[in-house]
Design a protein around this ligand. Structure first.
Ligand code: PLP
Length: 366
């Protein structure tokens, strides 16, 4: 039976994107970020595809995600960085998962596990999410030295995250990070991996690359920012979201469509019903705007996005039940993009792909 709701993921595109990013930043190492189910693409399949493209590291947010990677038999270097007190640090260390550590308190907790923990000390250089605050750096680094000398931890990395708040702020953060590196070295730490940049910083600022860059969105072929042209960099979107048309109706001018009649047909038109809705991650904010391609003709969502379905105004185009409706994919195939949907919903491409729901079948092609 054909899938009703389908995300087709081209794993070769992920492999190619990682190869492309590696070439761009060489000799700097690349961490492929596969958190949040690989930005909706599937964490395990994305991880494997990224490793085939030469990713040196994998990155995830939390330990549940990290254990899933290890549970799939992937033994590549792996970093997880978002933890609550009492997280399963001991189990993580035994599973050879490196831990991002964001405070002296957390460092003590990680150091208390029975085996030597490999840690990446995180400093806050201005994003003001996690990471040790400037005033805490010295104490944080000194505590790390004590634990390292006692064999409880090994400081493999020192890292931070950019706010991508503009070139001037990026430069400030790069400077702050360099100061943190110098301070860490002055107290005797020798982290072999200093890392700061995610996709945007890695692409825009060679001076932000240090020893490793952590790439998420760009490895899936999408742009991290409006002023980065992913296609010009040779990146290929990996995911296509589609469904078959399940009903076609010819209606007269003035007909209202979907809840609240937020849409009235301007002329006699053909409406195609597509079984993807906000239950599948299609943003309701894209009501009356989201683009959908059927047989090479792009129509717009007519009326409100519902939980399970959208109606697409196809004008006088030829549409039949069973035709494939593509919401977004690779623009070289003349279909709308995740960026088009982001614009329609006033959000970012990250959210468009990451929110694709669990009812949508992921099919992997290479
Ligand atoms: C700490 C950290 N590093 C790297 C990334 C990857 O970012 P991007 O998808 O912009 O490359 C993220 C994603 O949000 C992150 O939280």
């Amino acid at each position: 039976m054909a899938d009703l709701r389908l995300a087709t993921i081209n794993t070769a595109a992920i492999t190619h994107n990682v190869e492309t990013l590696r070439a761009l930043v060489a000799p700097v190492q690349v961490m492929a970020v596969v958190k949040a189910n690989g930005y909706g693409h599937g964490a395990i399949e994305s991880a494997r595809a990224a490793l085939a493209g030469g990713a040196d590291w994998l990155g995830v947010a939390d330990l549940t995600e990290a254990f899933a990677v290890r549970g799939a038999g992937i033994d590549a270097p792996l970093l997880a960085w978002l933890h609550q007190p009492g997280a399963a640090f001991g189990e993580a260390v035994r599973a050879n998962i490196d831990l991002g550590v964001s405070s002296t308190e957390q460092l003590h907790e990680v150091a208390a596990t029975s085996d030597t923990a490999f840690v990446h000390l995180k400093v806050d250089t201005g994003l003001h999410r996690n990471g040790a605050f400037l005033e805490e750096w010295h104490q944080f680094f000194e505590a790390a030295v004590v634990h390292e000398l006692a064999g409880r931890i090994r400081v493999r990395g020192l890292w931070s995250h950019l706010a991508n708040a503009g070139a001037e702020h990026d430069a400030d953060q790069i400077e702050q990070f360099s100061a943190a590196v110098a301070m860490a070295e002055s107290v005797g730490l020798r982290p072999e991996l200093r890392h700061l940049a995610a996709s945007e910083g890695a692409i825009k600022h060679p001076s932000a690359r240090f020893d490793l860059v952590r790439v998420g969105i760009s490895s899936y072929g999408l742009s991290p920012a409006d002023d980065v042209d992913a296609a010009a960099l040779g990146l290929v979107p990996a995911l296509t979201l589609s469904a078959p048309v399940v009903s076609v109706k010819r209606v007269t001018a003035g007909s209202g469509v979907s809840y609240g009649y937020a849409y009235r047909c301007e002329q006699d038109t053909t409406l195609a019903l597509v079984p993807l809705g906000y239950g599948d991650g299609v943003p309701r904010h894209a009501s009356n705007r989201g683009p959908v391609s059927i047989n090479g003709v792009v129509g717009r969502v007519a009326g409100r996005v519902a939980m399970d379905q959208i109606v697409v105004d196809m004008g006088d185009a030829n549409v039949a039940v069973g035709d494939r409706a593509v919401l977004f994919g690779d623009p070289s195939q003349s279909v709308p993009t995740a960026d088009d949907w982001a614009a329609a919903a006033d959000t970012i491409n990250y959210e468009i792909v990451t929110r694709i729901g669990s009812r949508v079948t992921r099919r992997y092609e290479s």
